[in-house]
Design a protein around this ligand. Structure first.
Ligand SMILES: Nc1ncnc2c1ncn2[C@@H]1O[C@H](COP(=O)(O)OP(=O)(O)OP(=O)(O)O)[C@@H](O)[C@H]1O
Ligand SMILES: [Mg+2]
Length: 458
């Protein structure tokens, strides 16, 4: 679980937002309390200073220094400041030795900015006595500073606690939605890969995610039903048309055999050929549907890829020789995968058939079995015309034939059979440029079970 993943969960963001608002509220409240308390204490302090100064100004000039000394002695906590200065600012008596230079001599208490020997934040008043001397009375504000320190600490601690608790709470609350989102993403990927039977996880009495998942699931039910209907309609069309077509073929054949004159006979032979092409296409269409509707893993056995490749070599070696192609096969690695051997053979035959069909005589076709970290890979490389990058996904569709290869026989269904077989196994197929020619890689490891299907790679 990473913060980045958690951040995608709105509940986590909301918890953090509430935490931030709460923390701001706490700062505001404590700040207000501090401000009010400090104001009140300041006013109290000034009142005390005024009263002290009032009492001292009432004392006679010759008795004042002694009285000041007495006041200082009486102040056991050492929080009062007294100073008596001559008219030109020379110290006479008191526990402050110099006149604060920014203090106005107006008999009103002020907070001292520059400290020069005074405790910081102290409040003091300076008063000119009738005989010219200056009396300074003040009070230490350490207490206020203490309160400020306590409040600041309280703020820091409560802030850290709120943020920490908010993160924990947010993570705790987001854990389930995060797992749910991950499960939904995995299920959606299955659907995107074409498994229309997959459904999103949805608890019967769950939260808004469950509700959404249920809606999407009903949508998927409907989509699956419609796709099934369309598929079965096209399948039954192909299936139903096969019988009358076969009959037409038989009739044409009968007519050709019945001793028709030569020009008609040639036409009848041509019609039979076209009917054969049509029948071939229907057969191929039904084959793709049949492979696609097969249950995954049904009939899967450990298959040695080298053995299948040997059969391919036996089958296509003579074809290559006939077409004047240089055909090589390298079965270096020994690999066993869980697959349907017949289907795999069919897919590889289609790929090698294409390579031999589209590569002009004198060209070269290489088939190799190699291995990667994930599993076995079969590569079929030719140096023919290749498939342009823009057409590489289109050629996997039914009936798609490259515009440049229309002259070659075929109906454009071979690669869709390969794609259906590859999809059934969970393997992948890559078409790349072989400079010149086409390189087709069949990656024989399942994309779904992360190599679980792989039996052995020796
Ligand atoms: N090795 C290749 N080199 C060049 N083009 C290719 C190659 N393999 C496939 N193609 C292109 O992809 C198209 C589709 O191939 P696919 O095997 O589906 O059909 P096809 O070979 O034309 O007919 P079918 O396989 O049904 O007899 C081909 O028509 C061709 O244009
Ligand atoms: Mg083909």
């Amino acid at each position: 679980m990473r913060i980045r993943d958690l951040w995608t969960i709105s509940r986590f963001r909301l918890t953090l937002l509430y935490g931030a608002i709460f923390a701001a509220g706490v700062v505001l409240l404590v700040g207000l309390i501090y401000w009010q308390t400090a104001g009140y204490m300041g006013r109290q302090m000034d009142q005390v200073i005024r009263v002290e100064a009032g009492a001292l100004t009432a004392v006679r000039a010759e008795a004042l220094p002694r009285r000041v000394r007495q006041e200082i002695e009486r102040d056991a906590r050492h929080i009062n400041l007294f100073g008596l200065f001559s008219a030109d600012g020379i110290w006479i008596v008191g526990n402050v030795r110099s006149l604060p230079h920014d203090l106005k001599i107006d008999g009103v208490p002020h907070e001292l900015r520059a400290t020069d020997g005074y405790p910081s934040g102290a409040h003091a008043l300076a008063h000119r006595l009738p005989w010219g001397e200056i009396l300074v009375v003040g009070r230490d504000a350490t207490q206020l500073g203490e309160i400020r320190r306590i409040i600041l600490h309280a703020l820091l601690w409560s802030g850290a606690l709120i943020v920490g608790l908010g993160l924990l709470l947010g993570a705790g609350l987001s854990l389930r939605p995060l797992q749910h989102v991950t499960a939904i993403r995995d299920a959606s990927q299955k659907v995107m890969r074409g498994d229309l039977a997959a459904r999103l996880p949805a608890a019967p009495a769950g939260d808004e995610l469950d509700l959404l998942a249920r809606v999407v699931n009903s949508m998927l039910d409907e989509i699956q039903r419609l796709v099934g209907e369309v598929k079965s309609a096209s399948d039954s069309l192909a299936h139903d048309l096969r019988t009358p077509l076969t009959r037409v073929r038989a009739l044409l054949h009968g007519a050709a055999q019945a001793g028709a004159p030569e020009p008609q006979r040639a036409l009848l032979e041509q019609a039979i050929q076209e009917t054969d092409v049509l029948l071939g296409r229907f057969r191929a269409l039904l084959r793709v549907s049949e492979i696609e509707s097969r249950e995954r893993m049904a009939g899967f056995r450990p298959v040695e890829l080298g053995r299948i490749l040997r059969q391919i070599e036996e089958l296509y070696g003579p074809v290559a020789a006939e077409r004047g192609l240089d055909f090589h096969m390298v079965r270096g690695a020994k690999a066993v995968v869980l697959a349907d051997a017949e289907l795999l053979f069919e897919a590889l035959s289609n790929l090698v058939d294409n390579a031999m069909k589209f590569t002009p005589p004198g060209g070269r076709v290489d088939v190799g079995l190699g291995r990667t970290n994930q599993g076995a890979r079969i590569e079929i490389v030719d140096n023919g015309p290749g498939v342009p990058a823009g057409e590489r996904s289109a050629v996997l569709q039914r009936f798609y034939r490259g515009a440049r290869n229309q002259a070659e026989p075929g109906s454009g269904i071979g690669l869709s059979i390969v794609a259906a077989i590859v999809g059934l196994h969970g393997f992948t197929l890559d078409l790349e440029d072989a400079h010149p020619g086409l390189k087709v890689s069949l990656n024989c490891w399942s994309q779904w079970s992360a190599g679980q299907d792989r039996v052995d790679l020796v």
